[in-house]
Design a protein around this ligand. Structure first.
Ligand code: NAD
Ligand code: MG
Length: 396
């Protein structure tokens, strides 16, 4: 039986890499549904190539435009639009596996729908877990879903952990997430005020969507990943450590009680964790280049407490702060950061002000414990309003 996939966010960087791996194994995988935000043309091309039963666009205008283009194609693809349609395809009985590759909290509802429906859920959309937290995990448990990480660090950690999760607490001392340090690792902290969106989006090792590229430049990406690791692996936040490793060869590591460290290595290519998730527990060809140890000039490491990194990347600490605060605080942090990054990309705020907005929002919004998806969406909306207000109050 072929694995039938719903690829949510198929026109993005992770989505395109997923379809690249899928196309290498037509005997294993079949695309049942694709989804995208507003870009009709790339979605049309994907539909022509993968012939899905459903294509979902975020809005009506894009949906109708896609439907019009598909009409003359003779394809069996049905076009839907809106957030509820995403939930429908994510939970569809014909779907085995959902690739969650939408960016931001916009992907939360479809992740929960897939979890409740007991799907194999490949999670690239880290923001969904940062927002959803315990409620997300509850949905996974109740639905009997299988949650597999696609983020390269978390895939590395998952590959370095023992198979049986009930042994992790006793055997594992800590999880060490590696971070490249992004494009500004060696820049003078006070010079970061002048950074442009183009500079922030030019990552040295990875080609990614704009939001995660900015997050990598502020290291808020690593903050979100610490929170993601907390929920995925269940270790106390103090046992999650970050080390800077500029070459992105070691994708993360697990240190055991006896001090032994197990790591996963590879070239920086997202098709590796994607192929791992798709084929798990088997292994299939990913299209990535293998590491050439002869050509590997250097592997270096920097502590966060060295070289001014704490001052350069003040947002990273917010991960542990938010995890220690009231339930729902990680959702507030995520919403603030999404608003701040969007404002930076629109040149409404400076690069260094992303952190100011995040801090101000965390101070302004005191969450009450969320008990439902509805509670989470309301908290997310409240935090977004507070973040916009914080932007309005920034000194010109
Ligand atoms: P991207 O911006 O390239 O793609 C995002 C996709 O989501 C696109 O298909 C877009 O159309 C869709 N989308 C955006 N807003 C939407 C909305 N409101 N409703 C429905 N669809 C919407 O982003 P990306 O780099 O592919 O990242 C996707 C997710 O994967 C993010 O959560 C990111 O943190 C995570 N991730 C990415 C990488 C990477 O290498 N790109 C690595 C690890 C994790
Ligand atoms: Mg990552």
């Amino acid at each position: 039986m072929k694995q039938r996939l719903a690829v949510l966010g198929s026109t993005g960087s992770i989505g395109a890499n997923t379809l690249d791996v899928v196309a290498r194994h037509p005997e294993r995988f079949e695309v049942f549904a694709l989804s995208a935000g507003s870009r009709v043309e790339p979605m049309l091309q994907q539909c022509l190539r993968f012939r899905p039963a459903f294509a979902v666009m975020a809005g009506e205008e894009a949906g109708r435009a896609l439907a019009a283009r598909l009409e003359s194609s003779g394809l069996p693809t049905r076009v839907l639009w809106g957030a509820a349609a995403l939930d429908t395809v994510a939970a569809h009985e014909s779907v085995d596996t959902v690739m969650a590759a939408i960016v931001g909290a916009a992907g939360l509802s479809s992740c929960i729908a897939a979890a409740r429906a007991g799907k194999k859920l490949l999670l690239a959309n880290k923001e969904a877990l940062v927002v959803g937290g315990e409620l997300f995990l509850q949905a996974v448990r109740q639905g009997g879903a299988r949650l597999l990480p696609i983020d390269s660090e978390h895939s590395a950690i998952f590959q370095s952990l023992p198979e049986d999760p009930s042994t992790w607490e006793a055997r594992v001392e800590k999880i060490i997430l590696t971070a490249s340090g992004g494009p500004f690792r060696t820049r003078a902290p006070e010079s970061l005020r002048a950074v442009t969106p183009e500079q922030a989006c030019a990552h040295p090792n990875w080609v990614m969507g704009r939001k995660i590229s900015v997050d990598s430049a502020t290291m808020m990406n690593k903050a979100l990943e610490v929170i993601e690791a907390r929920y995925l692996f269940g270790l106390a936040p103090q046992r999650l450590q970050v080390v800077i490793h500029p070459q992105s060869v070691i994708h993360s590591m697990v240190q055991y009680r006896d001090t032994s460290v197990v790591a996963q290595l590879g070239t920086p290519d997202m098709r590796v964790p994607i192929a791992y998730g798709l084929a798990w527990p088997e292994r299939v060809e990913s299209g990535a280049q293998a590491l050439d140890f002869g050509a590997l000039a250097d592997m270096s490491f920097e502590s966060l407490d060295s070289r001014g990194h704490r001052e350069r990347f003040p947002g990273l600490q917010l991960a542990w702060d938010a995890l220690a605060a009231a339930p729902g605080t990680t959702a507030v942090l995520n919403a603030a950061n999404e608003v701040a990054v969007a404002a930076f990309l629109e040149r409404r705020i400076r690069f260094d002000q992303i952190h100011s907005v995040n801090l101000a929002t965390l101070t302004a919004v005191l969450p009450t414990k969320p008990h439902s998806l509805q509670d989470l969406l309301e908290l997310d909306a409240r935090a977004r309003r507070a973040a916009e207000q914080a932007i309005g109050r920034l000194p010109a």
